[in-house]
Design a protein around this ligand. Sequence first.
Ligand code: GAP
Length: 435
Amino acid sequence: MPASDLDQVVNLAKRRGFVYPSAEIYGGFRSSYDYGPLGSLMLRNVKDAWVRTMVQQRDDVLLIDAAILGPPQVFEASGHLENFSDPLVDCTVCKRRFREDQLEARDCPQQRKGCAFTESRAFNLMFRTTAGPVEGTGAEVYMRPETAQGMFVNFANVLQTSRKKPPFGIAQVGKSFRNEITPGNFIFRTREFEQMELEFFVPPSESGKWYEYWCGARLAWYRDLGIPADMLRIREHAADELSHYSAGTSDIEFRFPWGWGELEGVAQRTDFDLNRHSQHSGQRLDYFDQATNERYVPYVVEPAAGANRAMAAFLLAAYDEDEVAGERRTVLRLHPRLAPYQVAVLPLSKKDELGGPAREVFRALSSRYMCDYDETQAIGRRYRRQDEIGTPWCVTVDFDTLTDGAVTIRERDTTRQERVPVASLADELARRLGF
Ligand code: GAP
C-alpha cells in the first residue's frame, strides 16, 4: 500500500536523512527544505533518470545548462513580467494574504469574525534582485521562474553549433524560483525547486502529433520508474487555466494523499517564445529548411516536470508497510535507479577477519553502484534499515565467505536470500538491477 498520509513519508524523510526542514536550528525557514545524505542521492537519481531517458537514449535532444539570473529583457519578452502573477487579496482584519482563486466563497481561512478582503491585485511571482556592488545602483535582475527561457534564448546558438534540424529538442535540468503565496505540502510546492524541461522544436504542422507523443512518453516515464498506473492520470487544461504562452496543455497528475496534483505539464507553446524573443532582441530565431527552401519559426512542444515533486511522488508510491517473520517493517519499494543506494554491504560481524573481505566487496561494487557499508547492530536490524531507505539489494559477508568465497544476496521486496560466489557478484547484481 502506498502512503495514505503525507506524514508517514515526511517523518521517514526526516528520520532517515532524505529531507530536512531548512535552517531548522533557527526555527526553520518556511517551506524550504534541505536534501540530506539520502535525499540528495535520490534527487540526483531522479534527475539522472530524466536525462537518461530524455537525452542519452535519444539522438534528437541536446542538454544545456543556462544561467539562473537573467536581465529584465528576457522576462519582458517571455511575458513573465506582465503575466506571471497570482491574484492576491489581503484580509483587513487578520492581515493575512491569500490567493483569491483558492478562497472558497471568499471565506477567510483563519475563520476570524468580521474578516474582510481587499480587491484582488496581481502579484508577480518572480524574485527580483540587483546585480552590482552597491545596493540601489546595480542593474535589476530576475531569478528565472522556469528553465525554459534558457532554451529559447540559446535556440540559435544550439542550432548553429549542433547542426540539428526540427524536430529536435533542447533540455535542461536546474533550479527555478517563484515567490509562491501558498507553498506547502512538503516538497510539492516550494519557492525554490528544480525543473526538468524539454523544449522540442518542430515544424508547425507536426506540433499536434508531437504533443500526443510527449504526453504518452512522459506518462510512461513515471510508470516505468514504478508508479502504479492507477496513481497517474492525464488531465487537459480548460481554456481559463492555460498559461499566457500555451495553446493547449495537459497535466500529468499523481494521486497525492490530499488529492490529484500536477507532476508535469505538457504544453503547446507554439511559436510564441521564439517570436517574442526575435521581436525583442532583433535577432532572427527561425529555421531555414534547405530541402524545401522554406524558412519558418518552429513550434514548441514542452514537457516540463519538477524534480522535487517527482521525488515526492516516487516516495509516496514506494512507501509500504508489511510483516516479515511476525515483525512489522516499513519498506520503500523504490525503483533501483531511484534508490539512494543500490547495494548495501554488510559484514555479519565487526570482527577484523570479516571487515577485510567486506571492504573489498564494497570497493569492487562501489565503482559501479552507490553502495552503503554498515557493520553496526544485529543483521536483522540492518536489513530493516536498508528496507526503510529503499536499498534493493543487501550483500552479507559471513564467516563461510572466508572458506567458500561466496556471499549472501538479500532482496528487499521478497526478503529472499541466495548464495553467490564473490567472483560473479558484480555480474549477478548487474543482471538483477538491470544496469
Ligand atoms: N516551463 C513551463 C513551466 O514552468 P509549470 O507547470 O509552471 O510549467 C512545470 O512548471 C513543473 O515544475 C510543474 O509541473 C511542477 O512539477 C514544477 N513546479 C512548478 N512550480 C513549483 C513549485 N513552486 N514547487 C515545486 N515544483 C514546482
